[in-house]
Write a protein that binds this ligand. Structure first.
Ligand code: ADP
Ligand code: ZN
Ligand code: ZN
Length: 733
């Protein structure tokens, strides 16, 4: 009988699988599939996943011997295993890299499976005694919180006290806290009752409850219409059937408050998965999902990879959000993969948004998804009034018209809060010499044809490239003419903050953007600082997403004009979503809200359609245009990108790829190839970037062609020297 070898997927950029003889003393069997195995690879050691068994031919060269399994059971099984194979085929990506992406980092690195016993913490006797005399700071704050909680499981700490481990260690060293076993701990108090669902919510909830097997729903509800209540109802029903629920949310939407609301309402522990957790915490949640002890998992993009052996429901909140698409490595789309998984598992999947993506709307129109609509705000909240402010010829201060400033004054005087939205962070988008016209450009991102300005920060004293992160002090004199007339041009959030802080000295003026708010909890701290008192928030798109600000009465939209004339075919969709979402922040509770939108293009068709007809009027027009132009969702795209210090190699590589693709399909109607052309950003961080866009009206045509040529493309001589990638269903072209 021929000996059996193990076939492995390894995290390497090669489309092949690798054969090894089993580790000493092990007889390979079907139960090995999905297990982690340590193997020698070249001079190194690697962790791979067993994908199957192969007979080892006696006359073939001897195989290398595997070193050992990491655990006695598979880590990837069942539906997730099958879906990941599908994903690798769909993205034309190496299976080993896809499997590695799906695993939590600790497991990928070969660390042991996490311990998911329920650990918790409590204050010791000494802790209670010492508490009043502790110095102010994180340990004291944590100790006070623990005092209020009594005993607290680590899972709860992860959610309510992000970053608790360091202060806990310091308390532990001093003997003020002790670790306890919480297996017997009653997890969460009895669920709180939510508001009674209104008619539309109830109809949506009933439809989801009635679903049997795979059933995709688009929950299309205006901001504040109570979509979350519908999700909660569906999750409660899923739990009542004894099944697991997965909820995907955009990066910025996953706040401790949101998790707490879910826990209180569902009455079970909610397991979080987001970038604010460390690798061990993430691995614990992943593994708790795998063994079924995690019933509700709420997470950002990569949570789409949690194993769900007992799944009952998937919810994707803000399904249009761009954070669901992974922009490097394995370029998956979490929403799309979630739908594939739901289909494989035969369960309902709910996509919620006030501004659904055109892909999803088209799926709904074609009857592939059931449409559930919430057209009115829940409770007593009224939709905001939108006014366009024509600022042509008006004197502007920090880019704001006098009417805008007086509207802010009135809102503040009436006791309200104001959100000023500006889609540009920094002080000014450009530093210009008024004497000779020189301007500061990023040396690493500019080309002779396309200079990339550096953004002025810190009142114009520092320069920063928002594309590659390059920073330097601003010159004090013009490098070209030595003149001193360097002036920041245009306006960013910092400049608006400077003006408003000077004009509104009586209320807090808080800037929220990636510059001021690096940490996840910082955002909430900003909101807490403001509380319900009158004040001004200034921010970029970070502020556009689902935060509930009940006292917000005015949304001032400043400077969206840059977005109105962009070349990207998706720019209209993105701008409309942003405008509608940001406008939706106003008047969430009992206070009526107003949106003031200042522009130099009051007659722009997009604004006209949005303001008179709303997002759906825009979407209908846009879908018709996309159809006529054969653009997604009516065509299917993949982009092959390549970059290098010099432009020749990427161009050659893409030209060869194009040649291969042309050889596959003689029918030019079925598939179109554009390029090789410079990428929209032709140079970044010193790399010249080229792209080849491949499009087809039929998904099948595209995938057959890619399936045929990708193995050859990987073996091209340039493929090893260049940075290159294939992006199936690319969203940024
Ligand atoms: P969305 O996610 O659609 O923007 P939310 O679910 O956050 O909306 O609900 C908006 C607000 O309306 C929340 O404060 C919520 O508590 C409240 N709300 C939702 N449904 C109801 C209801 N049926 N009755 C009263 N208030 C509700
Ligand atoms: Zn000059
Ligand atoms: Zn740069």
């Amino acid at each position: 009988m021929p000996a059996t070898a193990l076939q492995l997927a390894l995290p390497v950029p090669l489309p092949t699988l690798f054969d090894y003889t089993p580790p000493p003393g092990h007889m390979a069997g079907p139960g090995d599939v999905g297990r982690r195995l340590r193997v020698p690879f070249g001079p190194r050691e690697m962790v791979g996943i067993v994908t199957g068994l192969v007979p080892s031919a006696p006359d073939a060269p001897p195989l290398r011997e595997a070193l050992g399994f990491l655990e006695p059971c598979p880590v990837l099984t069942g539906e997730l295993w099958d879906s990941l194979h599908w994903l690798a085929r769909y993205l034309h990506a190496p299976l080993g890299e896809v499997l590695a992406t799906a695993l939590p980092a600790t497991l990928r690195r070969g660390e042991a499976l996490p311990d998911i016993a329920d650990h918790g913490w409590q204050l010791t006797e000494a802790g209670y005694t010492a508490l009043p005399s502790l110095r102010a700071g994180a340990p004291r704050q944590l100790a006070e919180w623990l005092q209020a909680q009594g005993q607290c499981p680590e899972m709860r700490l992860d959610i309510a006290q992000p970053g608790w481990r360091a202060p806990m260690r310091s308390l532990h060293k001093r003997g003020l806290v002790e670790e306890i076993d919480m297996t017997m701990w009653p997890p969460v108090p009895t669920p709180q009752i939510g508001p009674t669902l209104n008619h539309a919510q109830q109809a949506a909830a009933d439809a989801i409850r009635a679903a049997n097997g795979y059933a995709p729903f688009l929950l299309d509800g205006v901001t504040g219409s109570g979509k979350t209540e519908v999700y909660l109802d569906a999750i409660a029903d899923c739990l009542a059937r004894g099944r697991q629920a997965l909820v995907l949310v955009p990066e910025i939407g996953l706040t401790p408050q949101m998790l707490a609301r879910f826990e209180q309402r569902l009455g079970v522990p909610v397991h979080a998965l987001h970038s604010g957790l460390n690798d061990n915490e993430r691995a614990r949640t992943w593994w708790a999902a795998a063994n079924g002890s995690a019933q509700v998992i709420v997470g950002t993009r990569s949570a789409v990879f949690v194993p769900l052996p007992n799944a009952g429901l998937i919810v994707i909140d803000e399904e249009h959000d761009s954070s669901y698409k992974q922009f490097d490595g394995i370029r998956y789309h979490a929403r799309d993969f979630a739908i594939v998984r739901a289909k494989t598992m035969g369960i309902p999947v709910v996509l919620g948004s006030a501004t659904p993506s055109l892909e999803t709307l088209q799926n709904a129109q074609a009857g592939r998804y059931s449409m559930l609509r919430l057209t009115e705000r829940a409770g007593d909240a009224k939709p905001p009034r939108v006014r366009v402010l024509d600022v042509r010829k008006r004197p502007l201060q920090a880019g704001m018209a006098p009417e805008m400033l007086s509207a802010i004054r009135s809102a503040i005087d009436a006791g309200g809060q104001v959100l000023v939205f500006k889609n540009r962070r920094g002080y000014a988008p450009m530093l210009l010499c008024h004497d000779c016209g020189w301007s500061a450009h990023c040396p690493r991102c500019s080309t002779p044809d396309k200079p990339t300005p550096m953004t002025a920060h810190a009142g114009g004293k520092r320069l920063q490239c928002h594309h590659c992160g390059n920073r330097r002090p601003a010159p004090s004199a013009c490098p070209d003419c030595a003149g001193l007339a360097l002036e920041p041009q245009g306006n960013g959030t910092e400049r608006i903050e400077e003006l408003l802080a000077a004009q509104f000295t009586d209320v807090p003026v808080i800037r929220i953007d990636r510059g001021s708010t690096q940490r996840r909890d910082a955002l909430q701290q900003h909101f807490d600082t403001l509380g319900s008192q009158p004040g001004i928030l200034i921010g970029t798109q970070m502020l556009a997403k689902g935060h509930d600000l009940p006292n917000l009465t005015l949304v001032a939209v400043v400077g969206i004009d840059e977005g109105l004339y962009s070349a990207d075919f998706r720019s209209g969709e993105k701008l409309s979503q942003l405008l509608v979402q940001v406008a939706g922040r106003a008047g969430r509770a009992d206070k009526p809200g107003e949106v003031l939108l200042q522009t130099h293009h009051p007659d722009h068709p997009l604004l006209h359609t949005l303001i008179n007809g709303g997002y759906h009027a825009f979407a209908d027009e846009e879908l018709a245009l996309r159809d006529a132009a054969s653009l997604p969702p009516y065509a299917h795209l993949a982009v092959l990108r390549a970059e290098a210090k010099h432009v020749d190699a990427p161009t050659r590589f893409l030209a060869e790829a194009k040649h291969l693709l042309e050889g596959v399909n003689a029918d030019v109607q079925a598939m179109q190839l554009h390029g090789p052309l410079p990428a929209p950003m032709p140079r970044r961080a010193g790399y010249q970037r080229m792209q080849l866009v491949i499009s087809a009206s039929q998904r099948k045509t595209l995938h057959q062609a890619l399936g045929t040529v990708m193995p050859t493309i990987r073996t091209l001589p340039d493929a090893r020297k260049l940075r290159w990638s294939l992006d199936v269903d690319a969203v940024d072209l």
